[in-house]
Ligand binder design. Structure first.
Ligand SMILES: CC(=O)N[C@H]1[C@@H](OP(=O)(O)OP(=O)(O)OC[C@H]2O[C@@H](n3ccc(=O)[nH]c3=O)[C@H](O)[C@@H]2O)O[C@H](CO)[C@@H](O)[C@@H]1O
Ligand SMILES: C=C(OP(=O)(O)O)C(=O)O
Length: 437
């Protein structure tokens, strides 16, 4: 579907407060994890994003019924697994969909999946997901980008990931929660989104120990009960708006944040000369007073500087006089923002996964987002210029930022995206009937 481009009018100082949405990348695996219970599960603080609608569409195919019981509250119920396949049309839309393999395999004993899609700036292999499930006793075959998994008993045993993978850790944990085996995962991800999913599962009766460390022990349980859970705030959205405040040399107060999830971003902004003040559930970013300094940035898995904030940081540094170097070894090809920022006058030289940036003021232009965070880099860049930037590829921004134009206007930005707003309901699904009293 062709969406109306986002029109950004730059050159205004931003001010005020912006409430950060809850985490897309935590909500998606938690929604998927609800497949492991045959009882109703209520999730609070679920962002209304196109990715959420896409995963709900896939879950509907698998056998989940859902209803929104509040603006961001979602009731999910999967009495049984009706289909054990994840069709290409849905899996190709988003990366997170590949982790439905774990719970389908756990509950139904077999699962078939296409290779996942999602933000595609280069190769995004799933070999660690496959190796983990095989090591734990599942049979897995691959044919033309389609995976078929089967298990005869409970998953059991040990696997050490060869690298830190968020999705691979999700998938292996999800596959191991039910049954009577004991699974140990080494070199597991300590990402906030992994910890949040484990806390959710343990709340439903799972026995997973070691969340937030690199060794996880999962003792299989017979069944999970229903329950309620509130998703954590989105540290990537928070990072995006912190960088926006710095890029526009403004002061913004961001509410609904976990400051302990933002250390790498806060430290880097402070190194540049930005004032970052932490409050209990808020952070104030003030870049009005001083000249900003160029810095070097290297992405790492959590708690390091996130790759999901790299394009936005590159946009900021493109406006800061002096030489900055940005390296993204986590996703070495994550560079689709570069050519578009260059259209806006950015001086960025690329050498492998390294961007060498000579900062100077940017100019407005017509640009195109080719993925979600590249889109974020472009609206940040647009808001630093004196003219109008028109950003095509709004469907990518819809994946990760809820009601973006409206929220940007709330802090004084010139941002217009004619209705329909940025988060359309992808495909209306039959909703669960809920008793109201
Ligand atoms: C929906 C979601 O939550 N997406 C996030 C998740 O993606 P995702 O879970 O896909 O990312 P991973 O943590 O798995 O990837 C990290 C690195 O491991 C590599 N790798 C991963 C799996 C595998 O089987 N083999 C392999 O080589 C990847 O190519 C990458 O270089 O974490 C990424 C890294 O923080 C973020 O950029 C994404 O926004
Ligand atoms: C890259 C992202 O998501 P995905 O892994 O679903 O492509 C992201 O959230 O920045």
């Amino acid at each position: 579907m062709q969406l109306t481009p986002l029109h950004i009018q730059g050159g205004r100082e931003l001010s005020g407060e912006i409430a950060v949405q809850h985490s897309k990348n935590a909500a998606l695996p938690i929604i998927v994890a609800s497949l492991l219970s045959s009882e109703p599960v209520t999730l609070h603080a679920v962002p209304r994003l196109s990715d959420v609608y896409t995963i709900l569409e896939l879950m509907h195919h698998i056998g989940t019924r859902h209803t929104w019981t509040g603006p961001n509250s979602l009731l999910l119920h999967t009495p049984e697994i009706v289909h054990t396949d994840a069709p290409y049309a849905l899996v190709s839309k988003m990366r997170a969909s590949f982790i439905v393999m774990g719970p389908i395999l756990a509950r139904a004993g077999e699962a078939t999946m296409s290779m996942p899609g999602g933000c595609a700036w280069g190769p995004r292999p799933v070999d660690q997901h496959v190796k983990a499930l095989r090591a734990l006793g599942a049979e897995l075959t691959e044919d033309d980008g389609n995976f078929a998994a089967r298990r005869s008993g409970s998953l059991n045993g040990h696997f050490a990931f060869e690298l830190l993978t968020v999705g691979g850790t999700h998938n292996a944990v999800l596959a191991a929660v039910l049954g009577d085996g004991v699974v140990t995962l080494d070199n597991a991800s300590i990402d906030t989104d992994v910890v949040d999913m484990i806390e959710f599962l343990n709340g439903l009766g799972a026995d997973i120990r070691g969340a937030g460390t690199h060794t996880l022990t999962i003792r299989g349980v017979k069944a999970l009960r229903g329950g309620e859970y509130k998703v954590i705030p989105d540290r990537i959205e928070a990072g995006t708006f912190m960088i926006l405040a710095a890029a526009t040399r403004s002061r913004l107060r961001l509410t609904n944040v976990r400051t302990d999830h933002l250390n790498a971003i806060s430290e880097k902004l402070r190194e540049m000369g930005v004032d970052v003040t932490e409050e209990t559930d808020a952070v104030v970013v003030d870049a009005r007073a001083r000249e900003l300094k160029p810095v070097d940035v290297v992405t790492q898995s959590f708690p390091g500087f996130p790759t999901d904030v790299q394009p936005q940081m590159s946009a900021l540094l493109a406006t800061v006089p002096g030489r900055s170097v940005v390296q993204d070894p986590v996703y070495p090809d994550r560079l689709t923002h570069v050519a578009e920022l260059q259209r806006m006058g950015a001086d960025i030289e690329v050498d492998g996964y390294t961007q060498i940036i000579q900062g100077a003021p940017l100019r407005a232009a017509a640009v195109k987002a080719a993925d979600l965070r590249a889109g974020a880099a472009l609206f940040i860049a647009g808001l630093t210029t004196d003219g109008e930037t028109v950003i095509d590829g709004v469907q990518f921004l819809n994946r990760g930022y809820e009601r973006l134009a409206e929220r940007l206007r709330g802090i004084g930005a010139g941002a217009v995206q004619p209705e329909p707003v940025l988060t359309p309901e992808a495909t209306p699904l039959p909703q669960l009937a809920v008793a109201t009293d």
